[in-house]
Design a protein around this ligand. Structure first.
Ligand code: FAD
Length: 426
């Protein structure tokens, strides 16, 4: 879908604005419409689909469709529904600012638009950490890119960013790019990871590194980048458990390209601009179990809420945000008392951060473990009482834990609920 389906007047009132048309925003806008609300989906790029458009490998949609689709195929299933259900869409349109009473300023080809909404869904995704963000030591010749940029160049523009590659960080995008660059004829000399384990999905380590004989160097950091106009080599150093360099462990690898896959950061400028509270652990807005932020009528889903590893859960979250935003816009959902859900021993982050006491439905919870734990039990407790426990053969910090809290399990009149992990730590 390349053209806007609506010719927008310079001021318009809608019920729910969804910002961002990746999988989260597509699902949210469809749900708003299904729930009887009037959505407007706003996307800054010229096409719907978000980051999925550049993810041409398969592995998407196993939960949602029971099939292995590529990123664009997965997105297309929702884009078709947007078309057939005539969900209003504004493309090439960037939301520049918004106010606490849901008034948005949007820049598009026609000029600046003012849009007044009853509810707003943030589905703006995330961005990649750069060399500056991680204070990467060494000089900055050409040949240093984020892995996502290299992915976009290869898959959307048809350019290979280099021939001899070192990848720093073993997040999923880095692993997938190791395979992609190899398939295109580049030599991937190593994937370097500062942690003692990969920070990507186990299946991606097997399929993208082991199948291509690409070495994964864990507990290793980049100590220096060499080169004048173009990267010529990188120096690696082994690090101890405190990430301190181990003297004498340095090695140099020649390469013309360094790809960075060192983490994703939620795109939180818009929520921040209206003073929405963030969770320092996820980097995204703190939400209640209706995915509502701490300011009424603002909802959040997908990678802007917390960085996901599986797109199917992004879609699920987008749907929930859409339903809740439509209910809010119709006056059927308001701010209510909520109990905190806290990350306890062994848990890095939890979403949602607050549980609405009125909730009658099972609440989906997303948790991340701090460390690798084998034979793990994820335990939810309230006022010293165990509410539920789930067993996991292995928990990895890179893999999200999804569980559900049933409404009968907890006491809305009680204290905070805490998630903890027990098991054998590596
Ligand atoms: C570079 C990169 C590569 C990835 N590759 C993979 C992969 O290979 N496999 C995998 O499983 N997952 C991958 N992911 C994870 C992937 O992001 C999620 O699975 C999922 O696509 C996130 O969906 P989303 O809708 O939350 O965000 P996105 O798909 O990022 O969509 C957000 C949308 O919001 C739009 N937007 C942002 N701000 C504004 C604004 N102010 N106004 C208007 N529009 C705005 C953006 O243009 C974008 O289209 C990748 C992520 C990144 C960042």
């Amino acid at each position: 879908m390349k053209n806007n389906e609506t010719t927008m007047p310079f001021f318009q009132e809608v019920e729910v604005v969804v910002i961002g048309a990746g999988p989260a925003g597509l699902a949210a806008a469809l749900s708003v419409q299904k729930e009887g609300g009037r959505p407007l989906l706003i996307e800054r790029s010229e096409e719907l689909g978000g980051i999925l458009n550049q993810c041409i490998h398969n592995g998407f949609g196993l939960h949602e469709f029971g099939e292995e689709l590529t990123g664009p195929e997965y997105a297309q299933r929702f884009i078709e529904q947007i078309k057939t259900q005539r969900v209003p869409v504004l493309l090439n349109a960037m939301v520049l600012s918004l106010t606490a009473d849901h008034e948005l300023t949007v820049a598009c080809a026609a000029g600046l638009l003012q849009i007044k909404a009853k509810a707003v869904v943030f589905a703006t995704g995330c961005r990649e950490r750069t060399a500056g963000a991680i204070a990467l030591p060494g000089v900055r010749p050409s040949g240093i890119y984020t892995a996502g940029f290299a992915q976009k160049m290869a898959n959307e523009e048809g350019y290979l960013v280099g021939r001899e590659v070192v990848i720093y960080g073993s997040g999923d995008i880095g692993l997938i790019m190791a395979r992609r660059m190899s398939l295109e004829g580049a030599k991937v000399r190593a994937v370097v990871e500062i942690m003692p384990h990969s920070s990507g999905l186990a299946r991606n380590v097997a399929q993208c590194l082991e199948d291509f004989d690409i070495p994964l160097k864990c507990s290793t950091a980049i100590a220096a980048i060499h080169g004048h106009t173009r990267v010529e080599a990188v120096s690696l150093v082994r690090v101890d458990e405190q990430r301190r360099p181990i003297p004498g462990s340095q090695e140099e690898i020649s390469c013309d390209t360094l790809l960075l896959s060192v983490g994703l950061i939620p795109e939180i400028e818009l929520p921040l601009s209206v003073g929405i509270g963030l969770d320092p652990k996820t980097g995204g807005p703190a939400v209640d179990s209706a995915l509502m932020c701490d300011q009424p009528g603002f909802f959040s889903c997908g990678n802007v809420l917390h960085v996901h590893d599986v797109v199917d859960f992004v879609t699920k979250e987008g749907r929930q945000a859409g339903v809740m935003a439509a209910r809010y816009a119709k006056g059927r959902l308001g701010p209510v008392k909520a109990l905190p859900l806290q990350a306890g021993e062994g848990i890095a982050s939890v979403v949602p951060q607050r549980l609405r006491c009125e909730t009658q439905e099972p609440i989906p919870l997303f948790l991340r473990a701090k460390n690798v734990v084998r034979g793990a039990k994820v335990i939810l407790t309230q006022d010293g009482r165990r509410l539920q426990e789930t067993y996991h053969r292995i928990l990895l910090p890179s893999e999200m834990i999804q569980t559900t809290l049933s409404p009968e399990a907890w006491n809305p009149q009680g204290g905070a609920i805490e998630a903890t992990v027990e098991g054998n730590h590596d």
